[in-house]
Design a binder for this molecule. Structure first.
Ligand SMILES: [Zn+2]
Length: 568
């Protein structure tokens, strides 16, 4: 996401620490029909759950996140209210959303299931018999979703523009720390099991859809290609056309993803391109789907998708999927939002801002989509690492600077720096750090104030990684990122896993990064104290190692820069 306590339910008392790494597999089959008059989804789902742990499971915890929009006091509604947004609290019945008509069965035999005592957007399903290690079970259910108004959060509709995200019954993650069932929140949303998706979407045939996965219908692929060649989109109206009486059934499949989102609009202008990946040369098809009112702003958007896919592939590792799409959507929460292979972008002011947010959201395919870390517990691994690579992207594509923060007076600062993109993060970090209102990055998403979620999780992490890169050098930093990606792609890395890779590849002890800078709010200050007889003495508030650069000049001539580890 781009801005605008963990609740872990252990279903068994025995600790799971000490288990070797494992991850569960969840394969989904969903058939869904859109009712664009009443704004409902009518659906049926079967998920096949494979237990790769060494623990027999008698219960599966399941997210029913459309229920986050159901009542005045859901966890989402309460968090929004705490941040001063009372729209959901005071929403009308017509604006609210929910999920119902559930009937979980295995082999057509009804299963006992229920709703969590405190969170109506979390359910539990009791299995007929404990699912043994290595065992697989299939659970089916019909479900109906009332699509909420799009103004509250991510799942929603604005008239007949549909943002269908976080919408289906979805098992929580079970890992070595137990179950991670969590209520839906706008920050730190994701921790999900990898698997396959096989989804059909039935809707009036004049809708254009962008979705996770590969479209299987030849005729619809031809329709999309024809739309992409329509070079006179300015004649299109922003009004919604009447829905066709005829429906179509779109079929998408995908493996190695942990979520499935789709966006449907009858007005979409379609642009198609492709980009070759740097390592293996494979071609990725790219799409931009946008509304007529944003036609001018979005005219180059598909090239931003291309550049983003290429840049992150270069820095982190090749994009593993066949397609990547950016969708124009007037979502309320933040400038943009990530889903596997597809991102939705809110209202942007200018092309640089659009390019920036597309890069950020496309970048989440790596830090969230492929490296499936626990964002609720360790948001910096997701938003922070992504913001770091985004910083590198902005430096490359907008080297002369440019500022996204529209605060008067800041423009002058931008002109005086050679690194406006970094300065933006520094100013964000200092806003609360200089008043000691900052918070350590080791906290869970829910523990951060709204301001600190942006200025610490995103900006401070980017600054820390930028400092680490300056110390290690670009080449070693890149090797660390590549190795981390290679070893943990399609898995659930924890902070210690990332640290182990970075320390091994860099051959450095990095406690000052992972314990010090990420784990505390301590401010490190280094000052030159004296220069006598060719010996530089410095003073540092760091308690241990803290590398910093020392640059020397002889008159106007630079003598170069060396790094001190900050130790005696
Ligand atoms: Zn983000």
């Amino acid at each position: 996401m781009r801005p605008g306590t963990l609740i872990a339910f252990l279903c068994s008392a025995n600790t799971l620490f000490g288990q070797a790494y494992f991850q569960q597999q969840v394969d989904h089959r969903i058939d869904v029909r859109l009712d664009d008059v009443g704004h409902f989804l009518h659906a049926h789902e079967t998920f096949t759950y494979t237990n790769n742990s060494t623990t027999a499971l008698d219960t599966i915890w399941i997210h029913l996140w459309p229920n986050a929009y159901r009542e005045k006091h859901t966890t989402l509604s309460d968090q929004l209210a705490t941040n001063g947004d009372l729209d959901l609290h005071f929403a009308t019945e017509q604006e609210r959303g929910w999920i119902d008509s559930l009937d979980f069965r295995t082999d057509d035999v009804p299963l006992s299931w229920g709703i969590h005592s405190q969170h109506i957007d979390i359910g539990w399903i009791k299995l007929r018999a404990p699912l043994a290690p290595g065992g697989t079970t299939s659970i089916s259910t019909p479900f109906r979703v009332k699509i909420p108004d799009g103004k509250f959060s991510r799942l929603g509709h604005t008239g007949q523009a549909y943002y269908i995200t976080q919408w289906y019954p979805k098992p929580a993650v079970f890992d070595a720390n137990g179950w991670h069932a969590m209520p839906y929140l706008g920050n730190g949303e994701f921790y999900s099991e990898f698997g396959t998706f096989d989804v059909t979407i039935t809707l009036p045939d004049n809708y254009t859809v962008g979705a996770t996965g590969n479209l299987q219908n030849v005729d619809e692929r031809e329709r999309m290609n024809r739309l992409a060649e329509d070079i006179a989109p300015s004649e299109k109206s922003n009004d919604f056309p009447i829905s066709s009486a005829k429906t179509k059934v779109l079929h998408y499949t995908q493996d190695r993803v942990h979520d499935f989102a789709w966006f449907a609009d009858k007005r979409f202008i379609v642009r198609k391109s492709e980009v070759a990946l740097p390592a293996d040369g494979k071609t990725v098809t790219t799409w931009a789907l946008y509304t007529p009112k944003n036609a001018e702003l979005w005219s180059d958007a598909v090239s931003y998708v291309n550049e983003s896919v290429k840049f992150y592939s270069q820095w982190v590792g090749d994009y593993p999927y066949d397609a990547c799409t950016a969708v124009d959507g007037t979502i309320s929460a933040g400038g943009g939002m990530e889903y596997p292979m597809i991102t939705v972008i809110g209202n942007m002011n200018d092309k640089m801002g659009l390019d920036n947010v597309i890069a950020h959201e496309v970048g989440h395919n790596w830090f969230y989509g492929i490296l499936g870390s626990n964002e609720r517990d360790h948001a910096w691994m997701d938003e922070g690492m992504n913001s770091f690579v985004e910083l590198l992207y902005m430096r490359k594509h907008f080297p002369s600077g440019g500022f996204n923060i529209g605060v008067p007076g800041l423009k002058k600062l931008t002109q005086r720096t050679t690194d406006a993109h970094r300065l933006q993060s520094e100013l964000g970090y200092r806003l609360n750090a200089r008043r000691n209102l900052d918070q350590p990055l080791s906290l869970t998403s829910r523990a951060f104030t709204e301001t600190n979620y942006g200025t610490m999780v995103y900006m401070k992490t980017a600054l820390i990684m930028d400092h680490l890169m300056a110390y290690l050098g670009e080449e070693i930093m890149d090797r660390c990122l590549q190795a981390y990606f290679e070893e943990w792609k399609f898995k659930h890395p924890q902070p210690e896993d990332m640290r182990a890779v970075f320390e091994r590849v860099s051959a450095k002890e990095l406690g000052w990064v992972f314990d010090g800078l990420l784990g505390t709010t301590r401010k490190v200050d280094v000052k030159a104290a004296s220069l006598k007889g060719g010996t530089l003495t410095f003073r540092s508030t760091a308690t241990g190692e803290f590398p910093f650069p020392i640059s020397a000049w002889n008159g106007p001539d630079s003598l170069g820069t060396i790094w001190s580890t900050g130790t005696k």
